[in-house]
Each structure stands twice: as structure tokens, then as C-alpha cells.
Write a protein that binds this ligand. Sequence first.
Ligand SMILES: *[C@@H]1O[C@H](CO)[C@@H](O)[C@H](O)[C@H]1NC(C)=O
Length: 348
Amino acid sequence: MLRFLCVSLLVAFSVSTAAAARKYTLLPREEWAEELLHDFISGESCPSADPALYYQPVIGIVSHPGDGASGRLSNLTDTSNIPASYVKFVESAGARVIPVIYNEPWDVISEKLELVNGVLFTGGWAKEGLYFETIKKVYEFTLARNDAGDHFPLFAICLGFELLSMIISQDHDICEHFMARNQASTLQFVDISEIQGSVFERFPSELLRKLSAECIVMQNHREGLSPRRLLANDALSSFFKILTTSTDENDEVYVSTAQAYNYPITCFQWHPEKNAFEWGSPFIPHSEDAVRVTQLLANYFISEARKSFIRPPAQKVRDNLIYNYSPTYGGKAGKGYDQVYNFHDIVI
Ligand SMILES: *[C@@H]1O[C@H](CO)[C@@H](O)[C@H](O)[C@H]1NC(C)=O
């Protein structure tokens, strides 16, 4: 009887977890099933949405100079790109994307920033000129939004982390050289007690253990920050808490994940978006555990964006969504990003 009940319970779980948990020990099976059916039909067991959260979050992703395919798609100088893996990363967690095209006039960019609930800085190579200036202004917008009382998250990945380090330290040469091109690595947690309230807070302990022992995150960078240099810089050490470190080919240790103390800003020297969505390198981990890392990171990011108070006009959002553009298969050559969005209709 008990086993039958358990089997029924499993089936019923897909109908109503709350009702099942409430009733299965109290009522004979048939009565319970009837109650369950009643709850299901009347919908009375569906919890109402949390009014404090926004269930249609939109993320702005800043485009990066170039076609994202070493000129195979476009050589136009005003071309910029967003690798589709970042878009899928955001979409997979229940949000939509508005491309923030870095070389658009600032008034166009700032209008788009009014429509989003968080922003993402991608990897790449550009550290100078207009791209740097746009990243700096979007970062300053992020601070201002949060200072004004919103909860407006920023994920800064690889180059994004390096740029934030340069901006916050006001030192263009703050980054150091590392040998971490195209390799998978572990993450070493600096202080386990810091996991709560961080991007890793929803990770099961078994996966945290694997992160520190198995190479399931992807690195692809030549620069970075050693913990020593970050901590020696007053501006950086008062802004960032170091969550994890990793080790390069020469056994040099760099900061691989850092979180702002006072803002919902998380920086990654590694690439959470690649495990599930990029195939251009044989070193990208694609195991189930590796893909779970991508998914948990995306879920965390969008759970943060749902806390934002911005409720943008729906039609304006639709007019600016990345759905207005089509990605191109740039990875057919067996390298680089698999799919990229290119933008080159910019008049400045
Ligand atoms: C861009 O320039 C490179 C080098 O000249 C060339 O091989 C490539 O075909 C060009 N790409 C396009 C899309 O025209």
C-alpha cells in the first residue's frame, strides 16, 4: 500500500506538489485523489506570483567590435557582434535580450538601458577607444541605478572583468599576464562561508566539490588579476570580494570569480556561457556537470534581474529585442564562436 501510494505520489507531483505533500499521509488514496483533482481543476493550489518580482526580465548585452569570426563574416570597421552563446545563456534562464550596440549614439544606448533589468559584458579583446568608453558609461549607469534603489545586476565575463578592474582601479595597466588560453580549469573557493549570498549559493555541495576538483569551467584569457594585486589595490579590494581563484599553465594563481560587496555585480574570468553553447574548441567541457554550471549561473543571474523594479513599456521592449536580428553560423570553420549576431547598420 505504501509503495503504491509513493508511486501515485510521484505521478501526482507533476499535478500539484503542494496538494500531494499536504494530503498523502492523511487521506485514503481515493479520497486523496479526488481532493487533488478538485484542487487541480479549481486551481486553488497554484501559488500566486510574488508581486515583488518581475517575471518578464530583459537583459542588455553590450556588443563588441568586430564580426566575432575573424573577418569571415564581415570586415566593415563599424561591425560589432554578440556571440549567440551569451544570448542563449540569458534566454535559457527565462529572460529576453536587448542588444546594446556599443557604437550607437549614447542617447540611443541610454534609451535601451531604460528598458532592461540588468546588463552583461561579454568576453573579447577590445580595451581602448569607444568600446572602453561605452563599457565605462554602462557600468556607471549600473551603479547609479542601484544607488537610486533598484536591484540592477551586472555580469562581467572575461574581458568584462578586466575592463571593470581597469575602470574601478583607474589604472589601464592593472591586469597581469597569464597563460590561460583555451583551457578548462577548476575553481578554488577562497572562503566556503562566502558561498551563501553569492552566485554559487544554489549549487548543490556535490557540484561545488566537483568545481574545485574537476576541470569543468572554461578559461580563455591572456590577462587577469592575481589575488595579491587585487588586494593591494585599495579601490579594487574595497569593491570586490574574491570568491574563487584558478591556476594557469605556469602555476600562477589568478582571481577567477569576484563579487562586489555593495552591488549586484559579479565578475568571471572564466566563461559560464560556453559549456552549454560553444563548440569551437575541443577543450570546452560539455559534461552534464559542466552544463549544470552554465544553467545554475544563468538562473542566478536572471533571479537577480527579476528583483529589478523596472517595468518597461512592452512594445518598446519588443521593438528593441534581439529577435529583430538573426544570428549567423560563424563556427563552420571549426573555431571561434558558433553563432554570432552582427550589427553594422550604425550611422554615427
Ligand atoms: C575579410 O578580409 C579577409 C582578409 O583580406 C578575407 O580573407 C575575407 O574573405 C574578408 N571577409 C569578407 C566577409 O569579405
